[in-house]
Ligand binder design. Sequence first.
Ligand code: PDD
Length: 289
Amino acid sequence: MSRIAYVNGRYVPFAQACVHIEDRGYQLGDGVYEVCEIRDGAFVDERRHLERLARSLAALRISEPMPFASLRHVLRETARRNRVTDGLLYLQITRGVARRDHGFPDKPVKPSLVVTVRALDRKKIEASAMAGISVISVPDDRWGRVDIKTIGLLPNVLARQAAKDAGAKDAWLVDEDGFVTEGASSNAWLVTKEGVLLTRPSSNRILTGITMTVIKEVAASLQIRVEERAFTVAEAKAAAEAFLSSATQTVMPVVAIDGSPVGSGKPGPVTMRLREAFHRRAEIGLRII
Ligand code: PDD
């Protein structure tokens, strides 16, 4: 089954999918994106992802490439044509194609829209979750508006690579005061020795994850107390449990930070309860495939 991508109005074979060299996303990182989980042939939390997409577009004054009802159709059609029942949907919108100039094009251009779908190996992710992952801490040197989901991800790329180079799976970013902001592509969480969930409150220093929002609801339903405050790396190392959250990994146990084991050094019970309960709380759409 060959992969199909949606690019600016057409469904094209993956190998032939391309955008113009003067696309502002390609040249300037002038665009936004979303990643949504596909599970058992349905989108997970599509509504919330599209709401965040609308916010990101508005923040950068990029117009919608098409009405959201049509966009939802394109997302479905791309997933359907790829026959992906477990995987992720990637959608990217840039300001469009224009002669290279830092300011917005004088005459508005049509935003570019690309949608791809990729299968994920759920067994592999489950195995990872059973073992837990290790992270390293690195300075957060991103710009001041990481609450917008832009495609400009170079610091995140370098952080992830630093983790790989250090033999870890991921990186947690640390602000100038020593507090963890979030992961390279995820939100960061602790469970204290008292069983309280800790995560950084929404601000322009983190991307408010859709998974994070749902986890707060899951925690409330399980009567687990959530405290929204920043925590340091030292606090993380001394915590009972740690985990990260994202659409692709949902709740992923973190068992070591900078080489120090967290808690027992194994995935913790609160983390695993949240992981297990997550999809009962998330909004699962109608089956597409
Ligand atoms: N990343 N913080 C950052 C910096 C992220 O890139 C992401 C998601 C999150 C979690 O958001 P959500 O729960 O809505 O996925 C937090 C996606 C998965 C990515 O870039 O691939």
